[in-house]
Design a protein around this ligand. Structure first.
Ligand code: HH2
Length: 289
């Protein structure tokens, strides 16, 4: 019988490693007043920590804490304000749970403060645009998410254009991987992410998911962030963010079949159940040929 299970892949971080042999869920904890789907809900540290605990109970293996909304058109924030938002939450979550914590930030100063407070992973939606960031990540031994974005959240949706979106995103992420490696960040710590919704049209988003396997040619695990995003609302005829859970699960399943191993989501239970079933089908043994 042919072995269909992929070899176990491990994603090393500061205090351990995640086994990506099965799909891994990263639960989103936005401590922002203005995130597009959960803005303002978890600014209070106690409420945020409860939310983190609930997501872990539902199957999240990572908690991703973010203090700045990166929705299209969002205006940038100062590092001090971002640190003030995330640190109390991060400290409380760290004190209550052993779960790997990622800090969703574009700023080296924020990453440094979060790592000092016990974060394990830096989730950088700008893929090391801050010139200090490579050094901060390398020195700490943290894991790193390199996400693709063209421009900044303030400008990224102004007429995004690509010739071949999957090929260009792959090439640009390959370039950022080289920057990370040259800075001394260990390769086994890095995962790549196509940046769904970051400087992409509806067509670009759909094509990127359907051709996600191209990203796997970079030799690193792929993270997919589709949760509740506008492209799903558009496909559902304008469904609001709170009603995009099933659509999110469907897009994650599609991504799984194209090679994604880590999934950044708000609705952990529904996506965990969908991926559990999809992964069993994907890896079902078939007769040897
Ligand atoms: N998407 C968002 C934020 N961070 N990080 C990664 N690696 N991949 C993503 O696709 C991604 C991300 C945007 O979603 P959300 O956090 O829900 O909204 P907002 O930016 O408004 O806080």
């Amino acid at each position: 019988m042919a072995a269909t299970h992929p070899p176990a892949v491990r994603w090393g971080h500061r205090t351990g490693a995640l086994d990506l042999g099965a799909p891994v869920l990263m639960g989103v904890l936005n401590v922002t007043p203005d995130s597009f789907s959960d803005g303002g809900l978890f600014a209070d540290p106690a409420r945020a920590a409860e939310r983190a605990e609930a997501m872990v109970a539902e199957g999240a293996a990572i908690i991703d804490i973010g203090g700045e909304s990166t929705r299209p058109g969002a205006q940038p924030l100062g590092a001090d304000e971002e640190i003030e938002r995330v640190l109390p939450v991060l400290r409380l979550v760290r004190s209550r749970m052993d779960v790997p914590i990622s800090i969703d930030t574009r700023r080296a100063a924020v990453a440094r403060a979060a790592l000092d407070a016990g974060a394990d992973i830096v989730n950088d939606v700008s893929a090391l645009a801050d010139p200090e960031m490579p050094r901060v990540v390398a020195a700490s031994g943290a894991a790193l998410v390199l996400m693709h974005m063209r421009g900044t959240p303030a400008t990224m949706q102004v007429d995004p254009m690509y010739g071949d979106v999957a090929a260009e995103v792959t090439a640009e992420l390959g370039e950022r991987l080289r920057v990370a490696r040259d800075a001394g960040i260990e390769e086994d710590r890095i995962v790549v992410d196509p940046g769904i919704g970051f400087g992409k049209t509806q067509g670009h988003n759909l094509e990127l998911i359907s051709r996600l396997d191209l990203l796997t040619t970079l030799g690193r695990p792929v993270l997919l962030g589709v949760s509740r995003k506008a492209f799903l609302g558009a496909l559902l005829g304008g469904a609001p963010a709170s009603e995009r859970g099933v659509a999110t699960a469907a897009a994650c399943v599609a991504g799984l079949f194209k090679g994604a191993r880590v999934f950044r989501v708000h609705d952990v239970r529904i996506v965990r159940e969908a991926l559990q079933v999809a992964e069993a089908i994907r890896t079902a043994p078939s007769p040897a040929t």
